[in-house]
Design a protein around this ligand. Structure first.
Ligand code: PMP
Length: 300
């Protein structure tokens, strides 16, 4: 239970989020029985606009951002969201990314005026987090720490999940890819309160496969959100990059919409599990525009 003043603070936050054109994205039936949140409609182009705004706004309200520089490690989209939001609020930001993040993402971050630091591809997001850790202990930075900051999960509890329920009621299962775990745990918390029988299914890249935005959070050193709420996830499915890309092609040919790679992975998993569960809610975290260079079917 939260008190009425905490509740109204959250309502104020959500209103400010909407004023920045973040949240309230369409929730569309993309296949019979499968509903997806179209998250590239957020202001800076991905689902990560929501937690980035939520974390920054909360720090700003608490006066913790004054004269300090925001720093964060990201696989791409959180960095992009932070750089856009910081620019609009007149704040400085430093984004640390693995060098294999999409080149379009890096360009956009730089054009928002953020400082960009790249870490080796082979150390993944773990390597980026390590660098942030070191910089934070040496400088005047505010680390959002999306991998452990429960406000990341709260952003989805209070906005993504609530919007889903208001639009389409109750699903039998929820499917979402895991990066920090913010999306899946926020949505899981909301729907398990509604009905603990709703099945929560996490999507992870198959071993050796790279899907932008997803990682094996359970085996990561930096997994505060998963430690806190990971028990709500009932099942994990593994999807490889080829399966995700084949799904993107299929969806593109059918609809003309180019979905991102993790969206392809979510849709692949949802189609595989539809017979078993029935009504499924999922998310399309971003569009495929940033990944055009990696989608071979577009070049044929
Ligand atoms: N898909 C994409 C494209 C992402 O950028 C992210 C965030 N890393 C995710 C999925 C996973 O979201 P979360 O961090 O909330 O688990």
């Amino acid at each position: 239970m939260i008190g009425s003043s905490a509740r109204s603070q959250i309502e104020d936050l959500i209103e400010s989020m909407h004023r920045m054109s973040i949240g309230n994205t369409p929730f569309v039936q993309v296949e019979e029985g499968i509903f997806a949140k179209i998250e590239w409609k957020n202001r800076f182009g991905s689902i990560k606009d929501r937690p980035a705004f939520y974390m920054i706004y909360s720090l700003r309200e608490a006066g913790d951002l004054d004269n300090r520089i925001i720093i964060e490690a990201s696989s791409g989209n959180t960095g992009l969201a932070i750089s856009g939001i910081a620019r609009m609020l007149g704040l400085k930001s430093v984004i640390v990314l693995p060098e294999n993040a999409s080149s379009a993402t890096k360009q956009l971050i730089l054009s928002n005026g953020s400082e960009l630091i790249e870490t080796p591809a082979k150390t993944g997001t773990e390597g980026s987090i390590k660098v942030v850790n070191e910089m934070v202990s040496a400088g005047n930075y505010v680390w959002l720490n999306q991998h452990s900051n429960t406000k990341n999960s709260d952003a989805h509890y209070y906005t993504t999940a609530r919007e889903m329920a208001e639009a389409e009621g109750k699903p039998a299962a929820i499917i979402a890819g895991i990066g920090t775990g913010g999306t899946i745990t926020g949505i899981a918390r909301y729907f398990k309160e509604m009905d603990p029988g709703i099945r929560i299914i996490g999507v992870q890249p198959s071993p050796g496969s790279h899907i932008h935005g997803l990682r094996n959070a359970f085996s990561s050193k930096y997994r505060g959100i998963i430690d806190r709420y990971g028990d709500l996830i009932d099942e994990i499915v593994y999807v490889n990059e080829d399966q995700a890309k084949a799904e993107i092609k299929r969806y593109y040919e059918r609809t003309g919409d180019l979905i991102g790679i993790s969206s392809g992975a979510n849709l692949f998993a949802a189609r595989t599990m539809k017979e078993r569960y029935g009504k499924i809610f999922t998310v399309f975290p971003d569009s495929g525009e940033k990944y055009r260079d990696e989608l071979d079917f577009l070049k044929q």
